[in-house]
Design a protein. Structure first.
Length: 320
């Protein structure tokens, strides 16, 4: 993302499967485990093939910690005389409602804390971020002997609820990369498929987000991602005892060039490949716990931009 004004821009409900297949391995998609984000981040199984059980409610809290540091030009890290870093920490309240067996409605409410540092300065902003409203419709549901397949279409809208007017102590308005909100209406669409076989599970998601112009005449580049993961419940106890699962995934992320006042910014646009492992624990059937990470495997940036560091995610969810 662009370097401007010496700054840089910067979770499938385990509904019932057939006997012998039912398992509660949590899969957290990152708009974007954490994807996302540029994607919608937070929540539990928002982007997965399965829907929430009929008339069910789930409340979740996701803690996301990510950073950008180290100056990159293309795929190579170069010296940064300003010693810049951008830390983004957010707590996301997720509210899911199972309208019926095919439809799940979700609201993702983030509280964002951002800090941009150089070797001599520090800028920060915190507050309510941009609310995301999401709807999921299950297109296909198939069950077989020790197998299950679900395919869903997901759509939603990121709304401009976050503040965009934070200022530096000396007076100037902070760069859009530091603001907690974008000030724009950004629609997104995704399709997700989930296949379960005995204690194993496989997920695939394709996500696209159309970013529009927001505050300070700034517009993030459109965002596209593909996520693939495999999971296995490696330890479980007799119901209602706890279960433990491990997920390993890859996510490809593409972000187009950003614009300011209608002009493309040279230091923006990126292609990234992330390794996304996660450990899930279900202490009781209604509770989901997950600890995950996003580890950059490949990064390629247009112009000069800060690179992605390892990100961490912790999520807690309760179903009612």
């Amino acid at each position: 993302m662009p370097l401007m004004r010496a700054t840089t821009n910067l979770p499938v409900d385990s509904t019932s499967l057939p006997a012998g297949v039912s398992w509660c391995l949590l899969v957290l998609v990152l708009p974007g485990m954490v994807t996302g984000l540029a994607a919608q981040e937070g929540g539990i199984e928002v982007f997965a093939g399965e829907t929430l059980f009929e008339s069910g409610v789930r409340v979740s809290l996701t803690e996301i910690n990510r950073s950008k540091r180290g100056l990159f030009r293309g795929s190579s890290e170069v010296a940064d005389p300003l010693g810049r870093s951008l830390d983004d920490r957010r707590s996301v309240l997720g509210l899911d409602y199972g309208f019926d067996r095919r439809i799940t409605l979700t609201a993702l409410v983030p509280y964002v804390d951002r800090v941009l540092k150089t070797s001599t300065t520090r800028q920060s902003a915190s507050g309510l971020g941009d609310l995301a409203l999401v709807g999921k419709y299950r297109l296909v549901h198939r069950e077989g002997r020790a197998t299950a397949f679900n395919w869903s279409l997901v759509g939603g809208l990121e709304t401009p609820t976050g503040a965009t007017n934070a200022t530096d102590p000396s007076g100037p308005r902070l760069d859009p990369s530091v603001q907690v909100g974008k000030g724009s209406w950004n629609p997104f669409i995704a399709t997700s498929a989930t296949y379960g076989y005995q204690l194993a599970r496989f997920d695939a998601t394709a996500f696209y987000k159309l970013n529009t112009e927001g505050a300070q005449q700034f517009e993030d580049g459109d965002f596209f991602s593909i996520s693939l993961s495999g999971a296995y419940r490696f330890l479980h106890f007799q119901y209602p005892g706890p279960t433990f699962g491990l997920r390993l995934g890859l996510q490809y992320r593409h972000e187009g060039r950003a614009e300011m006042s209608g002009a493309a910014l040279g230091d923006s646009g990126a292609d990234e490949l992330l390794f996304t492992p996660a450990l899930s624990i279900h202490p009781i059937p209604r509770m989901d716990l997950v600890l995950g990470a996003s580890i950059p495997v490949y990064q390629h940036y247009q112009g000069s931009q800060l690179g992605r560091d390892v990100g961490l995610i912790f999520a807690l969810g309760m179903r009612f």
